[in-house]
Ligand binder design. Structure first.
Ligand SMILES: NC(=O)c1ccc[n+]([C@@H]2O[C@H](COP(=O)([O-])OP(=O)(O)OC[C@H]3O[C@@H](n4cnc5c(N)ncnc54)[C@H](OP(=O)(O)O)[C@@H]3O)[C@@H](O)[C@H]2O)c1
Length: 258
């Protein structure tokens, strides 16, 4: 995407991006930093985070690396303390780490079910638990505060064999609607983004031949979203005036039919 935002609308903001070692998270961390935010990047692959932080710093931005597995509640709490100590409380949390594993339900790939539930549900909740005190504290001080959760169009579409992944994303979308009721009153904005096909590492984990063929077909046949399209969208949501909350946003490649 052409960068639409200009200047430094996120100056003074402290952002946390999970799933920042690749794809949408990495692109978003870069863009938030370009627009003025100090960024804490979270994922498991430390070397990728370090390379990203070095790029951000070389471009004049500010970034810290927090190598952590977000399914580990204690590790996420420790990361939140490190953000506080180093950058101050986070006021923008892009809760984005996720995994997609596709299989027919009667294959009983219970380890894959569990992996998705652990990351896409429990991991997302660990991040909320660790950073919500930051968001409410910054909102109380009259600053913007954003919790942006990455869902998917899979939350609402009926895609055969996507049951567990779709179920985890439906959880995220509905959770977002529900907690917005409570947090909006405290001036914390809560958003879910539901992307269609974005060209990232996500399909690399998929072993089901039908799902792999479907995604490969989309990637070759149409112009899919780029990670930078998502980055600009997240930056836009965060840069809006404090009283404006984009609560749910579906973002599709123009030519993607469903
Ligand atoms: N690509 C799409 O078409 C699409 C569409 C809709 C929604 N989404 C959602 O977008 C989000 C980002 O995915 P992506 O497309 O950018 O794919 P990606 O490139 O595979 O990124 C996934 C990120 O999650 C991180 N991650 C995985 N397990 C983790 C863990 N246990 N703890 C911490 N971080 C972990 C990965 O880093 P490490 O391996 O280094 O930990 C990586 O940075 C996901 O929630 C995905 O479901 C993607």
């Amino acid at each position: 995407m052409t960068s639409l935002l200009t200047g430094r609308p996120l100056d003074g903001r402290v952002a946390v991006v999970t799933g920042a070692s690749s794809g949408m998270g990495a692109a978003t961390a870069r863009r938030l930093a370009e627009l003025g935010a100090a960024v804490a990047v979270v994922a498991r692959r430390k070397e990728k985070l370090e390379a990203l932080a070095a790029d951000i710093t070389a471009a004049g931005g500010k970034a810290i690396c927090l190598a952590a597995d977000v399914t580990d509640r204690a590790a996420v709490l420790a990361a939140a303390d490190q953000v506080s100590d180093t950058l101050g409380p986070a006021d923008l949390v892009f809760n984005n780490a996720g995994v997609q594993l596709i299989s027919a339900i009667d294959e009983l790939k219970v380890d894959d079910w569990q992996r998705q539930i652990d990351l896409n549900v429990t991991g997302v909740m660990n991040v909320i638990a660790a950073f919500l005190p930051h968001l409410t504290a910054t909102a109380e001080q009259g600053k913007p505060a954003d919790l942006i959760n990455t869902s998917s169009i899979a939350a609402t579409r009926i895609l055969e064999k996507y049951s567990i992944y779709s179920g985890t994303k439906a959880y995220i979308s509905h959770l977002t609607r529900l907690i917005r009721v409570e947090l909006g009153r405290k001036n914390v904005r809560v958003s879910a983004i539901e992307p269609g096909m974005v060209d990232t590492e996500l399909p690399d984990h998929v072993t089901d031949p039908d799902a792999s063929a479907m995604m490969a077909g989309l990637l070759s046949d149409i112009e899919c979203l780029r990670d930078t399209d998502i980055a600009e969208t997240v930056a836009f949501i965060s840069a809006l005036p404090r009283h404006v909350n984009i609560s749910e946003l579906t973002i599709l490649p123009t030519a993607q039919p469903v």
